[in-house]
Design a protein around this ligand. Structure first.
Ligand code: F6P
Length: 304
């Protein structure tokens, strides 16, 4: 997100605009936590994880009162347009602001990678690489000790991190919320691998599918093979961003401010086949990027 903020600030200033940063997302919008942004405000942040503007999950903004306060703050300070970086919830917030006459442009930022209108969301690639690093390390210990593992990655409703990290990490099995799984088949695959002296069996589990510990117990009960669990959790949401994330965020942050200054609004800027693509909010929130079932099938074959 920092790369997107940096790009928006620098492109905006280059185009002659005055740029303000809003701290703590919708919460800061409601409370009027605005700060002027200069070229130097975004110096040395491109390589940093998180966001220098901080963020918040705001329940208050979802209320009529919260929204009214936010609009009041925007009008009071004379802000003429907003760039919002985030996932589905952020875009829905942007729609609410648009409905009250505030011009906005959205930038897709989420590790989940599930937004329609962009090939990827900012943060996904970094999260996948973090998960991949963990899978590689777990494979070392799994192989040495001849163990089965469940590695739980983030994704309550989206399996992209699990699918990509699992495929790239050579996982024996991947479980994602979008596709049903068969416990008997999973246990049998584990058992088969064990009987042919495969020294590791790694299951990459998206958090929304099942409780990792319960699943491990159930597989162990059916196979007699112990299954260890590693839950990666919030380490997937931090760390230095990957080259691809910085590249995409730089292009989208810059493009967002250009769109706004050119009078566009109510749209999300995404990257589709390496080109900036515009999607109306309504379309972006009403559709979901479907999981690629061929990729899933490929992972099953390669994990044999
Ligand atoms: O939507 C992004 C995401 O990181 C999910 O993958 C994860 O399940 C969720 O956010 C965690 O949300 P919270 O920070 O509210 O615990």
């Amino acid at each position: 997100m920092n790369a997107a903020i940096r790009a928006a600030v620098r492109m905006g200033i280059d185009r002659g605009a005055e740029i303000w940063g809003i701290l703590r997302g919708f919460e800061g919008l409601i409370c009027g936590e605005f700060q002027p942004m200069e070229l130097s405000s975004v110096s040395g942040i491109i390589q940093r994880g998180g966001t220098v503007l901080f963020t918040a999950r705001s329940e208050h903004f979802k209320t009529e009162e919260g929204l009214r306060l936010a609009v009041d703050q925007i009008q009071k300070t004379g802000v003429e347009g907003l760039i919002l970086i985030g996932g589905d919830g952020t875009l829905r917030g942007a729609i609410a602001l648009e409905e009250r006459g505030i011009p906005t442009i959205g930038v897709p930022g989420s590790i989940d990678d599930d937004l329609w209108g962009t090939d990827h969301t900012i943060g996904f690639d970094t999260a996948v690489n973090t998960a991949l690093d963990a899978i590689d390390k777990i494979r070392d210990t799994a192989t040495s000790h001849e163990r089965s593992f469940i590695v739980e990655v983030m994704g309550r409703t989206a399996g992209y991190i699990a699918l990509m990290a699992g495929l790239a990490g050579g996982a024996e099995y991947i479980l994602i919320p979008e596709l049903p799984y068969n416990l008997a088949e999973l246990a049998a695959a584990n058992q088969r691998a064990h009987s042919r002296q495969k020294r590791h069996f790694i299951i990459v589990l998206a958090e929304g599918v099942a409780d990792a510990y319960g699943l491990a117990q159930e597989i162990a009960r059916r196979t007699g093979v112990e299954v260890k669990v590693t839950v990666l959790g919030y380490i997937q949401r931090g760390g230095n961003p990957s080259a691809f994330d910085r590249y995409m965020a730089s292009r989208l942050g810059a493009s967002a401010v250009e769109q706004l200054l050119d009078g566009q609004r109510g749209q999300m800027v995404g990257l589709v086949q390496d080109r900036v693509a515009i999607t109306e909010y309504q379309e972006a929130v009403s559709r979901r990027r479907p999981i690629d079932q061929d990729l899933y099938r490929l992972s099953r074959t390669l994990g044999l």
